[in-house]
Write a protein that binds this ligand. Structure first.
Ligand code: IMP
Ligand code: MG
Length: 196
């Protein structure tokens, strides 16, 4: 039995099956790349959690995990992309091979901030792995080493991604209907353009 699509959903972009198949490929790639290394996956709460659990199951080498959470002030026009760490990692990363696991890299501001912060802690290596990549909206260059899917300039939900904290548990990734996205303050930064 499948969950009925919520009314705000326009169409499914990637099914659960497609997502799992792609994550298996990326997991294999990561296993090859980090063979004989001290790999730690650092996931950004909350959106990356669904991706992280599937990804770790697809990685065949020993791996540690840790989490951090950020508060974003990015929807405020006065301070675009300003984030701060709301929950830090539990353990140091010095000397470890760290892979930052993101749900989506959009403007790239969040990942850039996190990479800068983590780089200051002396990891042996530092790279980015993201489920979704929306390069069309990039404001700063981010070295994305592993990515599952490139997506169009539309707001998406599901598989960990939320709209106002909802829809994370959808077992697929879906495009939201533009009409379902509020234009009031607090609206997502990447509202679809009016031409869409
Ligand atoms: P960036 O700093 O612009 O790269 O934004 C990254 C963060 O914005 C992500 O980690 C998400 O939390 C959020 N975000 C960006 N695009 C979407 C989307 O289409 N759906 C849900 N969240 C998004
Ligand atoms: Mg995120």
């Amino acid at each position: 039995m499948s969950i009925p699509e919520p009314p705000g959903v326009e169409r499914i972009l990637f099914t659960g099956e497609e997502i799992r198949r792609r994550i298996a490929e990326v997991g294999a790639e990561i296993s090859r790349h980090y063979r004989d290394k001290d790999l730690k996956l650092v996931a950004v709460l909350k959106g990356s959690v669904y991706f992280l659990t599937e990804l770790t199951r697809a990685i065949e080498i020993p791996v540690k995990i840790d989490f951090l959470a950020i508060s974003s002030f990015a929807s405020q026009r006065s301070s675009p992309g300003v984030v701060r760490i709301a929950k830090d990692l539990d353990e140091p990363i010095e000397g470890e091979d760290v892979l930052l696991v993101e749900d989506i890299v959009d403007t790239g501001l969040t990942a850039t901030y996190l990479l800068r912060t983590l780089a200051g802690r002396g990891p042996n290596s530092l790279a980015v792995c993201t489920l979704l990549d929306r390069t069309s909206r990039r404001l700063v260059d981010v070295p994305v080493r592993f990515r599952c899917f490139e997506i169009p300039d539309r707001f998406v939900v599901g598989y960990g991604l939320d709209y106002r904290q909802l829809y994370r548990n959808l077992p697929y990734i879906a495009v939201m209907k533009p009409g379902a996205l509020s234009t009031q303050s607090g609206a997502p930064r990447n509202l679809p353009r009016s031409s869409e």
